[in-house]
Design a protein around this ligand. Sequence first.
Ligand code: 26V
Length: 839
Amino acid sequence: MLKRDADRGPQSIALPKALFARPAKEDEIAPIRETILAKLALSVGKNPATASPRDWYMAASLAARDRIVHSWIEANRAIRKGNSKRVYYLSLEFLLGRLLGDVLHNLGLTETFRAALGDLGMDLDELKAAEPDAALGNGGLGRLAACLVESMATLGIPAYGYGIRYDHGLFRQVIKGGVQQEYPETWLSFGNPWEFERPEVIYDIHFGGSVQAASTAGGARVAIWQPAETIEAVAYDVPVVGWRGEHVNPLRLWSARAVDPLRLDAFNSGDHVGALTEQVRAEAISKVLYPSDATAAGQELRLRQEYFFVSASLQDLVRRHIRTYGDIRSLPDKASIQLNDTHPSIAVAELMRILVDLEHVGWDQAWDITRATFSYTNHTLLPEALETWPIPLFERLLPRHMQIIYLINAHHLEAVRQAHPGDERLLASVSMIDENHGRRVRMGHLAFLGSHRVNGVSALHTELMKETVFGDLHRLFPGRVVNKTNGITFRRWLHQANPGLTALLCEACGEELMDEPAAIARAAALAGDNAFHERLSEVRLANKVALARVIRERLDIRVNPHALFDVHVKRIHEYKRQLLNILETIALYDAIRAQPTRNWFPRVKIFAGKAAASYSEAKTIIRLAHDVAAIVNNDPSVRDLLKVVFLPNYNVSLAEAIIPAADLSEQISTAGMEASGTGNMKFALNGALTIGTLDGANIEIREHVGDDNIFIFGLRANEVAERHRRGLDAMGDIAASPMLAEVLDAVAGGAFSGGDRDRYAHLVGIVKHHDRFLVAADFDSYYLAQRMVDEAWRNPRRWWRSSVLNTANMGWFSSDRTIREYAEDVWHVPARGSRVQPN
Ligand code: 26V
């Protein structure tokens, strides 16, 4: 049963006090207290007696924001004075989560604010929980963007994040009777204290119309785009505060606005709705975040979103460049633009348009400037996720860009023809136009060709890029594809999410850990130390008790905090194989009932994650998790040895409560399909052991933590590819696994659906007959790996040794390391602690 406060954050969690946190600055407590009171009265318009926690959150945030502004202005001044090169990170998603805790922590003001609020009778943690998550992203890609911009600020890199200020972020998930329902998310409804509206920073964004050819006075031929529609992009800046507040960068988010707020003539003649249609159409662009796995419906709006934010961002940075340096030709020396996936890749054509049509740079030079400026990160190789646009749509919405893309393609194909005469297969494969599925523009190819570096996000993923989707392009442009394994910011995912563990690690590794993630390696010396294990287990238990309370409050289910917490949280997708986990849960349930006297240890299987609204298989997986939970949790013969819970509305804040409480981290994607994963890193950093496939960054995690400290199972990526080539044979796998056969029969036979055989017929049918994700092939190996987990859990010394070695070996997975690699190899900008020094 859902409780009324189910959507509130994990505010009720009593975490161990942050021993490592900077102590309150005595002389600042009183001024901050006064500022908070002044903000409450003058900006929020409330008095302390009637103010709600949300009002206090607003007042405290505005007080914290004041502290940022000076460093921000100073950072800007220094960048301008130093003529430093800037990095522009273009991303359709920034999954920021809550910001108050982040800002206070990075400013070193957490304890000072706690004391100031305490004087006023308020509790900082309660205020923090009143902040809505900024959920401007779907999952891994958006959260990565948030970690990377934080690391850029921390390393003092002059950078702008550019994105869209969605009125509504990722939908709120409510589960009714096991069925996911989506509700709009309303993070802005009470105002956003972290943003600065910039009403003076506005750009016109054009769509549609036609292109005319004309000649200049000098006889040069030029193209003139006469658009049919114009809307406005208005800037909102959110400060991104680096560690210790030494550097602050802007995250500039664009909001769409109609040029005219309403058609007054229509309004006056009584057509009140018609008078607003243009406004509604224009503002639809920044109305809502796309769940990326959406269907073709609404595709046009998505393309409009992409061009909208790209055009505004390029106009903004080109204007800044020309104002400062006077000449667009020096752009690559002073600006590096990172494309976060293909969503912003129309930027390649847009920059060409600006250079050629507006700045009158010759084509070849424009192309050199473009390639030297852009670089592109690929985040998935799944064919259904690779972005392509139907040419008729593209032509209608962006006619001049379509021409430019044809021209780029013509030059490119001509060069390929010269180098490889007669190779028609090669031409078709590297062309920006896909002729096989109705003519479409391949955005990945556009981004690849327009960039000097193209990167994957883990070692395996990068190798697969070179072999598969970008194989031919890689051979044509050797050296362009590089790897930049993802990372996570320790400030959020260790210091803030797990203050108890951070305090212990500071004792073990020294306070330097707070500034240098690599210092965490020193904890390895304590891997065999019983006393350290004891203290770690106390911290973990406290985190588990806190999570157990969240589970009780939200689901009315009691779980034993001494049980093994086995956690599978991420978007629900067939390739991530939550289904494999649920099927193993059923097998375990059967085994417990068959051998009730074996020495089982209690386990809690924890799931959370959202399914795209249109993704019916994923929604059915959620339903199955609930159906299995209902049976297992209420079966007295299980005697609480197994519990299954599905926490609704997974988001960044919930992740911060779940991850520090995990004993086991499920990273069980079909090998070759998860580009990297970053949750895997968060769990290992917090001391959970991983059960996983050799996929994405799991491979590098294994290399760092050692074979003995991770549970690897299943087919390798090359074996998966081989099975796909050879033809899938799940029926063979099922015939070889009586256990799996029994589990599938039970599900299909209605054992978990009150006898309803229809509910899971399709899902079971997929496993049996179209098992692209090789659930059947990996089942036995996964079941065995889980029994190895049982074995290891029985031996606490061994478990805690592994846990310490996981945490101690995660320094390399700091996003500071990731950003240093981008800075050196892709952007060519100096970063603190990097080998490239300022010139
Ligand atoms: C999108 C779609 C849309 C169509 C249906 C299938 C499908 C599958 C996956 C995706 C995800 C697209 C991009 C993305 O979020 N990639 C994630 O990026 C993370 C950061 O690099 C990385 O850790 C994850 O492994 C990767 O899935």
